[in-house]
Write a protein that binds this ligand. Structure first.
Ligand SMILES: C[S@@+](CC[C@H](N)C(=O)[O-])C[C@H]1O[C@@H](n2cnc3c(N)ncnc32)[C@H](O)[C@@H]1O
Length: 324
């Protein structure tokens, strides 16, 4: 698609939002602010307010937010997520809009939605400690369960969040609110396991790669490559060997932000290297198929969203792969 077409699409994105065909192969340029497959957006936003009630009442909240903002601006992610005050400030300020965007994206991708709403599915969220993906998954899962007949057995879902920063406390707060407010009829069916560790160094068996149905790396791939290129390449190679047929892998980054890495004397975008590992050099003989993608997809918050802090619109790149 030419730049002009892209600009045209972005300008006309609002008119197109309702036209996205869920499950179509058309490149998605926008996802809707709300989806019938998720809980209402304000329920998600309320969950964050309930989980961190005392923080919203604290006069220090703005200071914590400004500190994290500075760290993020300097791309010092280790510092930005370095202590509980910073992590909580990140979670109340930036996670809510991300969880809404991820809910809309997961719901718009029929294959991903099917995994979330299937019995006993296993989902691995890489770099997921901040809980954006968790709340989005919980929202789709709960909405689906609520449409089932009362006498039907609830489906179980198993979500493993792995993160190099210790988000234990934050995950604990969110999970307890989800169980109290959303999955209270069958709290034991909503299983969340937070693993504090470096995904690039953990054994595949600890990550449960052989039984996982969906892996997400949302806004985390660039960071992995910045930390250790060789280990990151090995990690993506390990998915070829370890994952079962049908497993999905969803990668997102800010649109146009993919870092480049040097191989010999040439520089390649990370996305190109990941494609070569997963799809093969000819883009088709590898272990995975690329089933959905967008170079630039918008998520825009709706005016009806009610939250005391700023909610961000997002423009991102995504790629969804399926293991052959
Ligand atoms: C930019 S944040 C994105 C957070 C979340 N996925 C989202 O989209 O809102 C990147 C996350 O990846 C985590 N991370 C960075 N390197 C990691 C590694 N080697 N192993 C596991 N997690 C890592 C960070 O601690 C952070 O929580």
């Amino acid at each position: 698609m030419s730049r002009r077409q892209l600009r045209y699409q972005e300008r006309h994105v609002d008119e197109e939002e309702d036209e996205i065909e869920v499950g179509s192969n058309k490149e998605m340029s926008a996802i809707p602010p709300v989806s019938k497959h998720t809980l209402p957006a304000n329920d998600e936003l309320r969950l964050f307010q309930q989980s961190f009630k005392y923080l919203f009442d604290s006069p220090s909240l703005e200071t914590f937010i400004q500190t994290v903002k500075g760290d993020l601006f300097n791309r010092d992610y280790i510092k930005a997520f370095g202590d509980d005050d910073r992590r909580m400030a990140y979670c109340v300020r930036w996670t809510p809009s991300r969880s809404l965007a991820y809910g809309s994206l997961f719901a718009s991708l029929a294959e991903v939605r099917t995994v979330i709403t299937s019995e006993n599915s296993n989902i691995l969220v890489i770099g997921g400690g901040a809980c954006g993906e968790l709340v989005a998954l919980g929202s789709i899962y709960t909405q689906h369960q609520s449409l089932k007949a009362l006498n039907e057995t609830p489906d179980s879902i198993n979500i493993k969040l792995v993160d190099i920063a210790d988000w234990t406390k934050i995950v604990g707060k969110i999970v307890s609110e989800v169980k109290k407010n959303w999955t209270y009829q069958s709290p034991d069916a909503f299983n969340v396991d937070f693993m504090n560790g470096d995904v690039l160094s953990l054994e595949p068996s600890l990550l449960g790669l052989s039984s996982v149905d969906l892996i997400t790396t949302m806004f985390t791939t660039n960071e992995l490559f910045a930390e250790d290129r060789a280990k990151s390449l090995r990690f993506f190679q390990s998915l070829n060997k370890e994952c079962h047929s049908g497993c999905l892998l969803l990668i997102t980054e800010s649109a146009g932000s993919y870092s480049h890495i040097e191989v010999g004397k040439k520089k390649f975008p990370i996305q190109f290297l990941i494609d070569t590992i997963l799809l093969g050099k000819d883009q088709k003989s590898g272990d995975w198929d690329l089933i959905k993608q967008s170079e630039s997809c918008w998520y825009r918050c709706d005016k009806s969203f009610d939250y005391p802090l700023k909610l961000e619109n997002m423009r991102f790149f995504f790629r969804l792969y399926r293991k052959k």
